[in-house]
Design a protein around this ligand. Sequence first.
Ligand code: ATP
Length: 256
Amino acid sequence: MTETEIPEDHPRYASLVTRHRIEAGVERGITSKQGLIAQGRGEAFDYLLGERTLPSADDAARAAAATLLLADRPVISVNGNVAALAPAETVDLAEAVDADLEVNLFNHTDERVRRIADHLRDHGAAEVKGLAGDGEISGLDHARGVVDADGIEAADVVVVPLEDGDRAAALDAMGKTEIVIDLNPGSRSPRTADVPILDNLLRAVPNVTEHARDLADATPAELKRVVDEFDADAALDAAEAAIREGSFADRDADAE
Ligand code: ATP
């Protein structure tokens, strides 16, 4: 079944589209096979969250937008799952906050970086970093730490959707302000982030863009207030509470 053949009124539509995009990403050499496992894990957490954006995740998206608008050198890190799931949305976000896009892979191969960069260009990206590989994230072995010197290495704010915990910790140790998008409030990466967005990438990326457009005319003082008012621990707690205390009966009622 292709994406366009999935009926939009199917009760599992969003989940089927997501699976299809990841599968197509693997077939095109954009997404790694490990990406399928990450997807499965994400899908389970999204199911438990009720496949909705929690108010706390919306606050996080607004804080992320303000953080990006205040940044001097913001970079959005793109891996194989991000490229397969939301290429156009990620390019839109980069444009809205004037950030660089950098392909950065856990299982790095030049070939896959090139394919992802081409895929992003096909979706409107003007420039994509990640091929120079002349910088590093200190504290990691070379294969996992390679980045561009004028990209992630020089960035003050990095958006790392679906990032591995070790790399999130290493970026934090380098003093980067991190915005992490991840559905699992127990994962190390959102727990390391300055701004953890506990939401599905497919909902979170366009939501941050929308907030950025809404905040486009805000003064630096107003943006700073949005950032200061955000509470990362409260956002993690709210997502955990929604997962642990939610009930399938409530969800059925919401859907009616
Ligand atoms: P960590 O090393 O941070 O503890 P982990 O081992 O729990 O991470 P990985 O398997 O490395 O996690 O990466 C998968 C992560 O990506 C999971 O936390 C999963 O919830 C998340 N994820 C997968 N798909 C999505 C998606 N579409 N939107 C948001 N998060 C997602």
